[in-house]
Design a protein around this ligand. Structure first.
Ligand code: ZN
Length: 341
């Protein structure tokens, strides 16, 4: 087994719970942004921002998809993929980057593997077990829209991933959005999975579009957390969707017009044990066209910076800040005690 450190190694540290390493080939070939980050680049962001540790996972699983399709914005499995199994090559490179190529920095990173919830499940699990025999892995990340694969499949064909999480005591982090945005990444489905699998720790990324009912639901569950990844542009995006009539103002937190720092303070005041700070580095900017589950194009033109995400953390009162970047994060990552203890 890779030798995992326990929660004590990270106590008292500022942890960014959501960041990416590697390349998004679809973004790169379409000249979208951002498209890449290396462990060294993220290390220098840590130094400039006063962050001690980042949870990291691959930026995409694009080596499994048809290159010509990526150029059209479509993720279709290739006949002869560059990575034979979804995320196998990307997960391996991430471990090599963290533990070997810049092993001198490895204490500053907490690597997760990415999974495709629905394709070639047994082979993915075989690859992950091999990887875990050599490297310390701390959890699993699922980005359903990023690999055009529905999170629903974890209920049946992909259920073995939940068994693996339970066996390894690994938390699961989901890119998740409420119904209406993209059905691949349904937050409702993730919450339902969490309700049925209370022995597994779940985190839903991106603040559930600040939907009051869903935040309250996550807060009430003992095994569910919510991360603030890309908070600055998430606030912008939800305000845009409200202006277009896609989201009812009554459904969301009413402090959105006061900016993302006020939203952060309010999130942490209302849900002090549930909110985890994460930046989404480098995807705190998002300038691209993305296919949703109906294969319709959705255009994003959202610019932010690491400083914006740091500002949301630094604006908190001390006790709330320590919960959001350390205490809550450690309970989610290691489960050494209950969320409400
Ligand atoms: Zn992300």
């Amino acid at each position: 087994m890779g030798r995992n450190m326990d929660h004590r190694a990270f106590e008292g540290k500022v942890i960014d719970a959501h960041s990416h390493l590697g390349v998004d080939l679809k973004m790169y070939c379409r000249r979208e942004y951002p498209y890449a980050q290396t462990v060294e680049g993220l290390y220098y962001r840590q130094l400039s921002a006063g962050v001690d540790v980042n949870v990291v996972f691959p930026f995409s699983g694009d080596l499994y998809f048809e290159p010509a399709g990526l150029l059209d914005g479509c993720r279709t499995p290739a006949e002869n993929p560059l990575s034979k199994v979804p995320y196998a090559s990307e997960n391996l490179l991430l471990m090599q980057e963290v533990y070997e190529y810049r092993g001198d920095l490895s204490g500053r990173f907490i690597p997760f593997v990415c999974i495709d919830p629905g394709r070639r499940v047994a082979e993915q699990i075989g690859e992950i077990r091999t990887l875990a025999s050599k490297y310390a892995i701390y959890g699993m990340k699922v980005n359903p829209v990023g690999c055009a694969s529905s999170v629903q499949t974890l209920r049946d064909g992909g259920k073995a991933f939940l068994d693996l999480a339970a066996e390894m005591n690994w938390p699961m982090l989901f890119h998740a959005v409420p119904a209406g945005m993209d059905d691949y990444s349904s937050a409702e489905v993730v919450l339902d999975l969490a309700r049925r699998h209370q022995h597994i720790r779940f985190c839903l990324a991106h603040c559930l579009q600040f939907r009051k009912d869903m935040l309250a639901c996550a807060d009430a569950m003992p095994n569910v957390w919510v991360d603030t990844a890309a908070l600055f542009i998430q606030v912008k995006l939800v305000r845009q969707l409200m202006a277009e009539g896609g989201i009812s103002p009554d459904a969301v937190m009413d402090c959105l017009p006061q900016g993302h720092c006020q939203v952060m303070r309010e999130l942490c005041r209302l849900h002090p044990r549930t909110i985890i700070w994460g930046s989404d580095s480098p995807a705190y900017s998002y300038i691209c066209v993305r296919k949703d589950s109906a294969r319709a194009d959705r255009i994003f033109r959202l610019s932010g910076a690491y400083e914006d995400e740091i500002a949301a953390l630094k604006c908190l009162p001390d006790n709330a800040r320590i919960r959001a970047c350390s205490l809550n994060t450690l309970v989610f990552l290691f489960g050494q005690k209950g969320k409400h203890e």
